[in-house]
Ligand binder design. Structure first.
Ligand code: AMP
Ligand code: TRP
Length: 344
């Protein structure tokens, strides 16, 4: 049955998870998992869109899964699995490519930023369609993601609406949801750029597994702005405002209050370092307690639990596209009109 408030988010194992992942997507998933049926997955097929080392991919997939568990993803509540364990992702990816156009995918910002050369993997161009497949497979209403992923969720909506219009009501139409603060945490060394796990330099990226002294050093060396006044003004003071966002994301305090309480950039940085270390300490401790065997078992069990709905979605899509004889209606049709959850 289609549930109106199901949620999903995916994490690419292309590098170690960083604080932007946590505040932008992991924490919203964890906080919502009791109110919303939730799916979290390791987006390992997405990691193949850029040059990769197979052994490193295996390691990072396990590390990402372990950090999701250590961050509070409860496998008794949330379905947690590895994307490549369910063939339905790759199948729906192809079937959706047959509704998507070159025009709409080649203008996606991430492709423009990372791709373009003749050596670029073709999968980097079509990766937003795989992301759409990930979401549509699970009859999702809400996708908690950082702001950088908004365009991809918009594309997912467009593809779902188009498919439903052409072939009948097959897909639930999802929408993106963003956290109230730090929906796009900046890099500490280049605050106008997004903090990202594959940024060229690690100096401005706070990894979830960085030891406390490394976190503190990176924060104390954060780039600030001209002048000395501590004020929240993302346009004029991007460095200081990013530090304030960072504190706000860790403590829940309001940006203006944080600015008022600090007289110097040094004091602001010290507060940020304390707040980040306090936030990450319990996650790091829980991570160290997990064994690879437990993580692997959780992923296997998650894949078994995850399978049914994606398989039913693919059967509906095949039927709608004319790939079945048409005599037998597919099981698992959406219980409600598939566009009912569409909202902005
Ligand atoms: P990725 O690292 O690209 O696999 O991203 C996984 C999730 O973390 C996505 O929902 C991203 O939007 C989110 N995310 C990544 N970096 C940031 C950031 N700097 N600020 C907020 N959210 C982020
Ligand atoms: N593309 C996302 C990113 O780069 C990861 C992702 C893949 C995802 N599939 C998804 C996020 C489905 C949400 C839902 O961060």
């Amino acid at each position: 049955m289609s549930q109106p408030n199901r949620r999903i988010s995916g994490f690419k194992p292309t590098g170690p998870l960083q604080l932007g992942n946590y505040v932008g997507a992991i924490r919203p998933l964890v906080e919502g998992q009791h109110a919303h049926p939730t799916v979290a997955f390791i987006a390992d097929l997405h990691a193949l869109t850029v040059p990769h080392d197979p052994e490193r991919l295996r390691e990072l997939s396990m590390q990402v899964a372990g950090l999701l568990l250590a961050s509070g993803i409860d496998p008794g509540q949330t379905i947690l699995y590895r994307q490549s364990d369910l063939p339905a992702h790759a199948e729906l990816h192809y079937l959706l490519e047959c509704s998507a156009t070159y025009g709409e995918v080649h203008r996606m910002i991430q492709f423009k930023e990372k791709g373009g050369g003749s050596g670029t993997r073709l999968s980097l161009l079509t990766y937003p369609v795989l992301m759409a497949a990930d979401i549509l497979l699970h009859d999702i209403a809400e996708v908690p993601v950082g702001r950088d992923q908004r365009q991809h969720v918009e594309l997912t909506r467009d593809l779902a609406l188009r498919f439903n219009e052409r072939y009948g009501p097959v897909f639930t139409v999802p929408r993106a949801v963003h956290p109230p603060v730090a929906a796009r945490l900046g890099d500490l060394a280049t605050p106008t750029a997004k903090m990202g796990k594959t940024n060229a330099s690690a100096a401005g990226v706070l990894f979830l597994l960085d030891p406390p002294d490394v976190l503190r050093r990176k924060i104390m060396r954060a780039v600030t702005d001209g002048g000395t006044e501590v004020a929240y003004d993302p346009e004029r003071k991007p460095g200081v405002s990013n530090l304030i966002d960072l504190i706000s994301a860790c403590t829940g305090d309001e940006a203006e209050r944080i600015a008022e309480r600090h007289a110097t950039y040094g004091g602001l940085k010290a507060t940020a370092a304390d707040a980040v270390i306090a936030l990450l300490e319990p996650i790091q401790r829980r991570y160290r307690e997990l064994s690879p065997a437990d993580i692997e078992q959780t992923l296997q069990e998650g894949a078994e639990r995850a399978r049914e709905r994606p398989d039913a979605t693919v059967r509906r899509v095949r039927h709608a596209l004319g790939l079945t004889s048409g005599r037998r209606a597919p099981a698992g049709s959406p219980a409600r009109p598939a566009t009912a959850t569409a909202s902005r």
